[in-house]
Design a protein around this ligand. Structure first.
Ligand code: XIL
Length: 372
């Protein structure tokens, strides 16, 4: 009993900071008094400069992202480590395309897409879904089938409703319609959707996606319309029509697959983004890479020119408040799609094959650091 009272006394004293016999009295700290103003202001503590793209982009209020391939994510540890360290957004490069998700009619395979979502969640990253309606990456049963309008409408509706519902609450965006405008024209591309449904397949796709997940942001995504010109005019007119008809489009993805030989100008990209923003839409750069093939200059100069293009497009995004994200189509030259797609060697991304940051990486850091 005696010990209990003693222990209780010690506890109370410790909590109320009273003095016990073996403690010396705490030194009395003088209460600070107001000092007369001397005219010298202590400098504000400065933030250490960011060391990753992710941190640098976060400070500027935009997302920085990359396309991600599931096979490299599974097989190459350096790939996932760099991705999670430098980026806060991922877009599945192929895992959420029609052929990947519905290889047979009504049979859905979500494993690869789910793996990317799980990776992103584990590393505090967000995911853009890519894509619901495209003229490419169609499974053979669809590409080679022959369907009535009613049948194709039902197939598309089922695909969109199933896929968007599956990922409801897990993605920040969907590229609903991808590359619908024909090259060199202002008309719609002659896809199976266009042939068998007609131009209103676009409106339907957005409406079904919105029905399946009213929260996720819905994008029209295309290439070759990043700056000003015929294609970007066609994209502008298409999305303007969607807005006017009350179709639930949230934004436009500017893919930004460009080259050092003919990059869009920063001013044109800003002007294009601003006119889209004036329609009430957001914009994101969604698939940037910068080819260096076909240019006679020495490699070091080409890499500098490439860095300048990355810098300028980042500066354009930062200059327009509607630009929410800067996403590249991969980050290491080890896995770029460009050599296979063009049939020529290339180095279009911001890390080399061995994960060393290239001049383009530093150019992005510098654009993100600049306040102009
Ligand atoms: C590409 C992938 O990178 C390749 O692996 C695939 O073989 C073909 O598609 N525009 C898009 C992307 O919207 O989906 C494309 O991705 C690149 C062009």
């Amino acid at each position: 009993m005696k010990y209990r009272i003693c222990a209780l006394l010690i506890l109370v004293c410790l909590l109320s900071s009273c003095s016990l016999p073996w403690q010396s009295a705490a030194p009395v700290t003088p209460t600070p008094t107001a000092q007369p103003f001397t005219g010298v202001v202590a400098p504000l503590p400065t933030l250490a400069p960011p060391t990753t793209l992710r941190e640098a982009a976060q400070r500027r209020g935009i997302l920085i992202g990359s396309a991600v391939g599931v096979s490299q994510l599974r097989s190459d540890p350096m790939y996932g480590t760099t991705l999670a360290q430098e980026f806060d957004e991922v877009t599945p490069e192929n895992a959420m395309k029609f052929d990947a998700l519905e290889p047979n009619p009504g049979e859905y395979t979500f494993a690869d897409g789910d793996a990317i979502v799980a990776f992103a969640r584990a590393h505090g990253m967000v995911v853009r879904g890519h894509n619901l309606v495209w003229y490419r990456s169609l499974p053979p049963w669809l590409a080679n089938g022959s369907f009535s309008r009613t049948q194709l409408m039902a197939i598309l509706k089922d695909h969109i409703m199933t896929v968007v519902s599956h990922y409801r609450g897990k993605l920040i965006a969907w590229d609903v319609v991808n590359e619908a405008i024909a090259d060199g024209t202002d008309t719609l591309r002659n896809s199976i959707w266009m042939q068998d449904i007609g131009p209103d397949y676009i409106d339907w796709a957005f409406r079904w996606a919105h029905q399946a997940d009213p929260q996720v942001h819905l994008f029209y995504n295309d290439y070759g319309g990043d700056g000003l010109g015929a294609k970007s005019n066609a994209i502008y007119n298409l999305v303007k029509g969607l807005v006017q008809r009350g179709v639930p489009i949230y934004g436009v993805g500017l893919q930004m697959h460009v080259s050092i030989t003919d990059p869009p100008s920063e001013q044109d990209v800003i002007a294009n983004m601003q006119r889209l923003a004036a329609l009430g839409l957001k914009v994101q750069i969604t698939e940037m890479d910068v080819e260096i093939q076909g240019d006679p200059r020495p490699l070091a100069e080409k890499l500098q020119a490439q860095a300048q293009v990355y810098h300028d497009m980042m500066a354009a995004c930062l200059a327009v408040s509607a630009c929410e994200a800067f996403v590249m189509w991969g980050f290491t030259d080890r896995y770029s799609w460009i050599p296979a797609a063009t049939g020529h060697a290339d180095e279009p991304l911001i890390y080399d094959q061995n994960y060393h940051p290239k001049p383009a990486f530093h150019a992005l850091m510098s654009a993100l650091a600049s306040q102009s």
